[in-house]
Design a protein around this ligand. Structure first.
Ligand SMILES: *[C@@H]1O[C@H](CO)[C@@H](O)[C@H](O)[C@H]1NC(C)=O
Ligand SMILES: *[C@@H]1O[C@H](CO)[C@@H](O)[C@H](O)[C@H]1NC(C)=O
Ligand SMILES: *[C@@H]1O[C@H](CO)[C@@H](O)[C@H](O)[C@H]1NC(C)=O
Ligand SMILES: *[C@@H]1O[C@H](CO)[C@@H](O)[C@H](O)[C@H]1NC(C)=O
Ligand SMILES: *[C@@H]1O[C@H](CO)[C@@H](O)[C@H](O)[C@H]1NC(C)=O
Ligand SMILES: *[C@@H]1O[C@H](CO)[C@@H](O)[C@H](O)[C@H]1NC(C)=O
Length: 437
């Protein structure tokens, strides 16, 4: 009904402007003075920035397309705050003192496309009908408020929303409210206090291209939490509290290009990257990683940039970087590298690598100030026995294949457990190495 009224209003104004021979909507029809202390360009753009407003100016022309009310002292927006502004396209309400947005405060703004509400530090809650009527809103900025609760239905009124910015709020969990945002391409929840990501947290956001979860307190992510995000290009999980990346954690992210996992509490990288066939940039710096599985990176055929600085790595599996033809940047500084014979294979590979490599400074006193590659160049490693025998490194093949055949994996596992039991029962030996992962 509201929508219909909006349409009528537009037709009416269009006719009016045609009749009066003016170009803009309503121009010349009802010449309203520019609100006192504001600046106007024509009757379409009104700027009331930093003019000490404590309430809304009354005389805003219905033809206004852009209204800037940022940096004032507005406290409340009532239900009829913006009535009749059906042409309004952009509205700035950032840097105010808004404490409550009455349900329906924006209900006439059926053509609004961008709404800035950032830096209203007293805004703590969003009612279910706060955004009623904003059916054409594309971008909503709610950053730097103090939101800790969002009604689950609040965004159902925003069917066109593509960008939602909730950076620097006070949220402790991922709100359920994202369910309806099927057109959303960018979502930022940076700098909140979120601790966990559930299986369903983002399940309806199939259009999402960028998800920013940086600087939260995330320590656990349920399996398949990102499974529906087949279009995601950037995932930022940097500066959280992740200590473990289960295999298949990132399954479904087949178009992911950039992954931020820096500044977490990771110690081991096993096989979490199986579906990331499009990944170009991987940030694993500033963790406590001391171990990486030999084929952890093998699915990453497109990888171009690898950041492993500031970890606790003393060795790398010799084949870790083999099979990454696009790799051009490798950052390895501030790790306690052991420049010994175990690194010979890697050094050999690196000596023919064409891209940029930074930091393979040896940790031992004797070689301090030298890098592994210096040693290699100086033939210091020439006394090493040539590498021989099979590469005994933890392998991901099993786990990378399991995904394809979940049922058979489970079946195999049961079989393995059964066999283990049978073996140990039959031969009364303790099976020390049976992998039923
Ligand atoms: C309105 O104010 C904001 C914040 O000061 C500014 O970033 C924006 O460009 C302004 N918009 C217009 C149309 O003047
Ligand atoms: C902001 O609003 C609060 C009440 O909600 C009031 O106490 C405070 O003085 C206001 N601040 C400014 C700068 O207007
Ligand atoms: C807004 O429209 C209503 C009718 O829908 C009218 O009564 C009212 O005077 C208008 N207000 C302004 C400020 O133009
Ligand atoms: C979200 O808001 C923050 C802070 O205002 C800003 O730095 C960031 O660029 C915004 N993000 C997006 C995607 O608009
Ligand atoms: C670094 O890794 C070693 C094992 O290789 C471990 O004993 C040590 O505690 C780790 N140091 C830090 C700071 O995590
Ligand atoms: C160690 O490196 C520093 C700076 O890279 C250099 O100034 C210094 O001379 C080096 N020391 C030795 C013993 O090579």
């Amino acid at each position: 009904m509201l929508y219909a009224r909006c349409q009528d209003m537009q037709v009416f104004l269009l006719l009016l402007s045609l009749l009066t021979g003016s170009l803009g909507p309503g121009r010349g029809a009802s010449p309203l003075a520019c609100p006192s202390s504001c600046k106007c360009s024509g009757d379409a753009i009104i700027s009331c920035k930093r003019v000490g407003l404590r309430s809304l100016p009354k005389e805003i022309a219905a033809s206004t397309i852009s209204l800037n009310l940022s940096h004032n002292f507005l406290r409340l927006l009532t239900g009829d705050a913006f009535s009749n502004l059906t042409y309004l396209n952009s509205l700035w309400l950032d840097h105010n003192n808004l404490t409550f947005l009455y349900p329906g405060a924006f209900k006439s703004l059926c053509n609004l496309r961008v709404l800035y509400l950032s830096r209203n530090p007293r805004l703590t809650y969003l009612h279910a009908n706060t955004f009623k009527g904003l059916r054409n809103l594309i971008s909503l900025d709610l950053s730097h408020c103090n939101l800790f609760e969002i009604h689950p239905f609040v965004f159902t009124h925003l069917p066109s929303l593509e960008a939602l910015n909730l950076t620097a709020n006070n949220m402790r969990y991922v709100p359920e409210a994202f369910r309806s945002l099927t057109r959303l391409t960018r979502l930022s929840l940076e700098r909140n206090h979120i601790e966990a990501i559930g299986r369903d947290s983002f399940k309806d956001l199939g259009a999402l291209k960028e998800l920013n979860l940086r600087k939260n307190r995330i320590w656990t992510i349920q399996r398949d939490a990102f499974f529906q995000l087949g279009r995601l290009g950037v995932l930022n999980l940097g500066h959280n509290r992740l200590s473990d990346l289960p295999n298949q954690l990132f399954s479904g992210l087949t178009r992911l290009r950039t992954m931020h996992l820096e500044a977490n509490q990771l110690t081991e990288i096993r096989c979490p990257f199986s579906s990331l066939h499009s990944l170009r940039k991987l940030y694993l710096n500033n963790n406590r990683i001391f171990s990486i599985a030999g084929s952890a990176f093998s699915p990453l055929g497109e990888l171009d940039f690898l950041h492993l600085s500031r970890n606790n790595l003393s060795r790398l599996p010799s084949h870790l970087l083999v099979g990454l033809p696009k790799l051009r940047y490798i950052f390895l500084s501030q790790n306690p590298w052991e420049c010994d014979c175990a690194m010979l294979r890697l050094a050999t590979w690196l000596s023919s690598y064409q891209g940029v490599i930074e930091g393979l400074q040896c940790a031992s006193l004797m070689d301090r100030n030298m890098s592994l590659l210096d040693l290699f160049d100086q033939d210091t490693l020439s006394s090493c026995p040539p590498p021989s025998g099979p590469i005994r490194e933890e392998d991901c093949e099993g786990s990378y294949q399991n995904r394809a055949s979940g049922f058979f994996a489970t079946f195999e596992k049961m079989l393995c457990i059964l066999l283990t039991w049978w073996c140990s029962a039959a031969f009364s030996v303790v099976m020390t190495r049976c992998h039923c992962n």
